[in-house]
Design a protein around this ligand. Structure first.
Ligand SMILES: Nc1nc2c(ncn2[C@@H]2O[C@H](COP(=O)(O)OP(=O)(O)O)[C@@H](O)[C@H]2O)c(=O)[nH]1
Ligand SMILES: [Mg+2]
Length: 354
């Protein structure tokens, strides 16, 4: 999963990137793209490694990309921002950072501190980006329709895209078109629409509000987090013991990294299943609704191809018994078929034959 960190200038994107990755802030204010993979925190892995006497622990990974922000108040800034849209389109979800912090040393965008107005402004630019995608394609199709060849597919696509154009012009999401036209989904899945990506809004609050975890409400966001990026970036560079003390001091249950990644999973509709053995205890991310066979395919294509069954036990059940053999004896280990829908925290052993 790759998450794009975007937003207006000076909203705290690079500071959030530092908090999410534990990396030092980039020197200077040069607009630059930074990318880093972060192990997804999972408190279940250590106990799991103990149960299976695993030699190592392997976390799932999540990737963050810090994009520069530009003023959307002028044509030059908007042009600059649009140069990054192809890269932003290639990510899986959008983390939009909005400024809610007071800091006299940092000039406020448009002389305002207004998180919801800032989010609306970014959203409008995303709508505009999608409109551009649709318009380009509509123009190509219209040109193609002038040529004397078979046109059924083009006509169909044009009709759907014109509905998309109309929706976007009225600031309605493209998904509303999917609701209106039954066969649009396949056609539209080829377009990397920005406004269809899962969106997580991060409200970057002042130091004295670091523990107000009430997230902002937004119609555009599938998940929301409130945090103080500046403090969290400092905290992310501490060792584990100091960090725990810092968190307790602030009255926070979990650091920004964990809360942000949790929000990304929620927005993406992702869950984790686990595997354990003498070599490693490991977490794997999959979309909710994945079957045992699809999950097996994430481990290795052979496991999906030769799938026989998935020996499955819920992590909590395994932990309660404390031993795999004992869990089996207690009837907690199920033999699941290929169409079993995997649940978060399932510990799975795939039986296969190729
Ligand atoms: N007081 C305070 N300042 C912050 C906070 N987050 C970012 N800043 C400051 O705001 C400025 C812009 O932050 P930066 O992360 O570079 O913003 P970006 O342009 O969105 O990447 C920097 O001087 C940060 O130190 C915060 O939570 N509190
Ligand atoms: Mg930055």
């Amino acid at each position: 999963m790759n998450c794009a960190i975007i937003g207006l200038p000076q909203s705290g994107k690079s500071t959030l990137f530092a908090a999410a990755t534990g990396l030092a802030p980039a020197p200077g204010q040069m607009p630059q793209v930074r990318r880093a993979a972060v192990p997804v925190p999972d408190h279940r892995l250590k106990p799991l490694a103990k149960i299976f006497a695993s030699k190592k622990i392997t976390h799932a990974n999540i990737e963050f990309t810090d994009f520069p922000g530009f003023s959307l108040a002028d044509g030059h800034g908007r042009d600059q921002f649009r140069k990054y849209l192809p890269d932003i389109r290639s990510t899986d979800c959008l983390v939009v950072v909005v400024r809610a912090f007071e800091n006299e040393g940092v000039p406020a965008y448009r002389d305002r501190i207004n998180p919801s107005a800032d989010l609306d402004e970014v959203w409008e630019e995303l709508v505009f980006g999608d409109l551009e995608t649709v318009t380009n394609r509509v123009e190509k199709l219209e040109a193609a329709l002038k040529k004397p060849t078979k046109h059924d597919d083009e006509k169909r696509e044009l009709a759907v895209l014109q509905r998309c154009q109309e929706a976007l012009e009225n600031e309605r999401p493209i998904s509303t078109v999917l609701d209106e036209i039954t066969d649009a989904a396949g056609l539209l899945s080829n377009f990397p629409f920005l406004t269809e990506k899962p969106l997580i809004v991060v409200q970057n609050v002042s130091e004295d509000h670091a523990a107000d975890t009430q997230p902002p409400a937004s119609a555009h966001a599938r998940a929301a987090v409130s945090l103080c990026a500046e403090l969290e970036a400092e905290m992310a560079r501490l060792d584990e013991a100091d960090r725990a003390a810092f968190l307790a001091d602030l009255g926070l249950e979990a650091p920004a990294q964990e809360r942000l990644i949790g929000a990304c999973y929620e927005a993406m509709g992702y869950i984790s299943f686990l595997t354990g053995g003498p070599t490693e205890a490991r977490a794997w991310s999959i979309p909710k609704g994945f079957t045992a066979m699809e999950a097996a395919g994430r481990i290795h294509t052979d496991l999906a191809r030769g799938f026989i069954r998935a020996e499955t036990v819920a992590y909590d059940d395994l932990l309660a018994v404390g031993d795999y053999k004992a869990a089996k004896a207690a009837g907690k280990v199920r033999q699941e078929p290929k169409n079993y829908v995997v649940q978060d925290g399932d510990v799975m052993l795939i039986k296969f034959n190729v």
